[in-house]
Design a protein around this ligand. Structure first.
Ligand SMILES: *Cc1c(COP(=O)(O)O)cnc(C)c1O
Length: 444
């Protein structure tokens, strides 16, 4: 702690963070992608490998999750332009949004209803393929859909999958693992919402509840899993597979932009705003996008003012050696998916040369964004997923952002920019809980 105080003293940004103020941080460590990519621990080939694996599993997903059939077994979401919300934000926050505003609707992803369907399901499928290959369960003449057959399910019954979660990762891992036949133990932090635990239990998942935060739930899960050689732990803080599952979003969205006739180049910059918890989802997505668009895509993370763990880790360079509690924040937020006190060091280091910056947002603003989006576009997001809106709102007119545009020679191309808010969750939220959220928003 003493060292920590020495390392973080005389830092005006930190003063604001400590006071729970909304901030914008521009990453001074970002470098041209061509240089950055040389030193990254993962490559485009790794993403391609993940993409192909998901294609191999598509027939299985179509068989057991009929809602994936319309996309041929791929778990993907629409990219939706939201002009009415853009107008509402401009009116409310008194700034002009230059360019077009889109919502990437991961709130509608099949199976898990959140961005966690990308990483979580991918990692469980990869583990399943590894086990199946090692035990001769994949016969050359059979497709992957046979991995769900009764005798194979019986095999997977002997194996356990465990994960620590604030809710949505548990949902994604729990549902896919239970359907494949695994025993599943989900270690839920105190922030996890009751309905998420109830839904998992309806799939026969063993949900363990902890009175402590997310970091402790992960620690418990990791420990318990290590005691059982047939147990596999999905490590949200360190997993490269999770990260690669998220990274496959890059090519998918590039295809969607191309289909919609939207260019991304120096004349047409792309800005992406992604809610951030421990960092895996936004980090993976950023990596995937950077591999495609390089310097033409500008990625910003958004975190709650009381749980800005990635911002703290990256801006101090301390990564997982600093927690939000260390600077006197509570870590408590209604944005359960973002209620993380200590960031992933793995992700933070990968992001050092890639990320454009980060913003923080107050909980009450999340409710306002939620209600405004519902009113203007008839789209419901859970509060965590609304953090992305703070991206444009926090950047517009901010001198630090003007400076960023100048430095990147973007001032003249902003009218041709596209902005994508990554909507990370919402479709599984039960009707009654939605009504409560909306009531909360109406009180503000
Ligand atoms: C988990 C989650 C995030 C952030 O993902 P991390 O990998 O924890 O950074 C964002 N939004 C929602 C709704 C989530 O569930």
């Amino acid at each position: 702690m003493e060292n920590l105080e020495i390392e973080i003293k005389d830092n005006p940004l930190l003063e604001k963070i400590k006071n729970g103020e909304e901030v914008l941080w521009i990453n001074p460590g970002k470098i041209p992608f061509r240089e950055a990519s040389k030193d990254l621990p993962l490559t485009e080939e790794d993403i391609e490998d993940a993409r192909k694996r998901l294609e191999r599993f598509a027939p299985l997903l179509m068989k057991y999750f009929p809602e994936t059939r319309e996309r041929n077994g791929l778990i993907e979401s629409p990219l939706t332009e939201i002009p009415y919300m853009k107008k509402r934000l401009e009116e409310k926050y008194g700034k002009k949004c230059r360019g077009r505003l889109f919502l990437k609707e991961d709130n509608r992803l099949a199976i898990a209803g959140s961005v966690k369907a990308r990483g979580g399901i991918y990692e469980v499928l990869k583990h399943t393929e590894d086990l199946a290959l090692a035990h001769g369960l994949l016969k050359p003449e059979e497709g992957y859909e046979h991995l769900g057959d009764p005798e194979k399910k019986k095999f997977f019954k002997d194996y356990t999958i465990q994960v620590g979660s604030t809710g949505n990762l548990g949902l994604s891992i729990g549902i896919i693992s239970a359907v494949l036949g695994y025993k599943v133990i989900i270690h839920m932090s105190a922030d996890a919402k009751q309905w998420k635990k109830d839904l998992l239990r309806s799939y026969g998942v063993d949900v363990r509840e902890y009175q402590s935060d997310y970091g402790k739930a992960v620690e418990q899960g990791r420990k318990l899993s290590a005691q059982d050689e047939k147990s596999y732990f999905v490590d949200d803080e360190n997993s490269k597979d999770l990260f690669l599952g998220y990274a496959t979003a890059g090519k998918r969205i590039a295809d969607q932009l191309q289909e919609a006739g939207i260019a991304v180049d120096q004349e047409h910059p792309l800005f992406v705003y992604i809610p951030c918890g421990v960092g895996g989802a936004p980090g993976g997505i950023t990596f995937g996008l950077k591999e495609i668009y390089g310097d033409h895509v500008h990625c910003f993370f958004a975190e709650p003012v009381q749980a800005p763990c990635m911002l703290l880790g990256m801006s101090t360079g301390l990564h997982d050696r600093i927690s939000v509690e260390d600077v006197g924040l509570t870590g408590k937020t209604q944005a359960d998916g973002l209620a993380v006190g200590r960031p992933s060091a793995f992700v933070g280091k990968v992001m050092e040369p890639l990320l454009s910056g980060a913003v923080t947002v107050k909980d009450e603003k999340l409710y306002r964004y939620m209600k405004d989006l519902l009113d203007t576009q008839d789209i419901f997001l859970e509060p965590s997923a609304c953090a992305g809106f703070q991206g444009p709102v926090g950047l517009w007119g901010n001198p630090a952002f003007e400076e960023y545009l100048k430095k990147n020679h973007l001032e003249d191309s902003m009218d041709r920019a596209s902005h994508i808010l990554w909507a990370t969750g919402g479709s599984l939220v039960p009707e009654e809980i939605r009504r409560n959220y909306i009531k909360e928003a109406e009180k503000l």
